[in-house]
Design a protein around this ligand. Structure first.
Ligand SMILES: *Cc1c(COP(=O)(O)O)cnc(C)c1O
Length: 321
């Protein structure tokens, strides 16, 4: 199948490599969403993964594949930065997470709590990224990007293997979509094992870079805007090599949600299913509630992360967005 640079074999190898470092997360039925969607809906509870998001799978696989390096680095302050810090510590490697002056103290503390150095540099994400590149160039660090990297994609693909084992008759998987590492890996695994399975990507209407790029026919930049699905923000990289072509080839449908629809998803998952998730992880539920996604056969929603500010979560449950 497709896309040459990542294969099902790579995903199987990643699964064996990271087995001791990641949890197998549970799936559970969602009765309320099933009624609304017209067919069985399953929740893949990956927000219960170590570090609170699936990103540990890709980071752990990439770190485990490294040869002799001085340490690892990246410029992500979100779930990828946490995952990389955790994976590096598990392998006894130094991790330097480069951040700009705009990043709030609580995020710096969270990185430090994972045993990594948060290096504050420059006034923008671009300048922070420059420092990560300098560490790679001059100090022997490995720069592990959040999605456009074969080992990261293969690691995220292990989630697809798990889903097909847990829900063997799955007809479709709804995948939160940003840079596309998650969707590319899950789709490659799932379609290799069952070519008929449908892969539905879901992003927010506000600033979805992959959606804009697919429409333009090449990677394009979009203006970054505040969104409840903050883990879905950011660009796909103007020199994207892997995830853009893989998503273009493997995704069957793309759904975009308003902020209200994402908030409704967060609320429903908390109140009806007892799951606390961040905005990015609530898009599948939000799409069903909005009437934008139906279940023609068993449908699996990936709850991709749990990292939401508790005060924010409480406000959303009270009906504020
Ligand atoms: C990173 C992330 C996504 C999107 O993953 P991509 O590989 O960038 O498409 C979705 N949900 C959560 C919680 C994330 O941290």
């Amino acid at each position: 199948m497709v896309t040459g640079m990542v294969t099902l074999d790579d995903i199987h190898a990643a699964r064996d490599r990271i087995a001791g470092m990641v949890r197998e997360t549970p799936v559970k039925p969602a009765p309320g969403l099933s009624r609304l969607a017209g067919g069985p809906v399953w929740l893949k509870c990956e927000h219960r993964q170590e570090t609170g998001a699936f990103k540990l799978r890709g980071a752990a696989n990439a770190v485990a594949r490294l040869g002799d390096v001085a340490g690892v680095t990246t410029a992500s302050t979100g779930n990828h930065g946490r995952a990389l810090a955790h994976a590096a510590r598990a392998q006894g490697l130094a991790a330097v997470i480069c951040v700009s002056r705009l990043v709030p103290q609580n995020k710096l503390d969270a990185i430090a709590a994972l045993g990594a150095e948060a290096r504050v540099i420059g006034a923008s994400q671009d300048e922070a990224f420059e420092e990560a590149r300098r560490l790679q160039r001059e100090e022997g660090f490995a720069l592990i990007p959040p999605f456009d990297h074969a080992d990261v994609i293969a690691g995220q693909g292990t989630l697809g293997l798990e889903i097909l084992r847990q829900v063997p008759d799955a007809a479709a998987i709804a995948v939160p979509l940003s840079g596309g590492g998650l969707l590319a890996g899950v789709a490659l695994a799932a379609k290799s094992l069952n070519p008929a399975i449908r892969i539905i990507g879901i992003s927010m209407e506000r600033g979805a870079a992959m959606a804009a790029s697919l429409k333009a026919g090449r990677p394009v930049e979009v203006e970054e805007r505040q969104t409840l699905a903050d883990s879905l923000g950011g660009g796909i990289g103007m020199r994207n090599r892997l995830t853009y072509p893989m998503v273009r080839e493997l995704m069957d449908d793309l759904i975009l949600l308003t902020e209200e629809e994402i908030a409704a998803g967060i609320r429903h998952l908390a109140q009806q299913d007892g799951e606390t998730v961040e905005g990015a992880a609530a898009v599948g539920a939000g799409a069903i509630l909005a009437g934008k996604l139906r279940a023609d056969g068993p449908l699996v929603l990936i709850l991709s992360g749990a990292n939401i500010d508790p005060a924010r979560h409480a406000a959303i449950l009270r009906g504020q967005t």
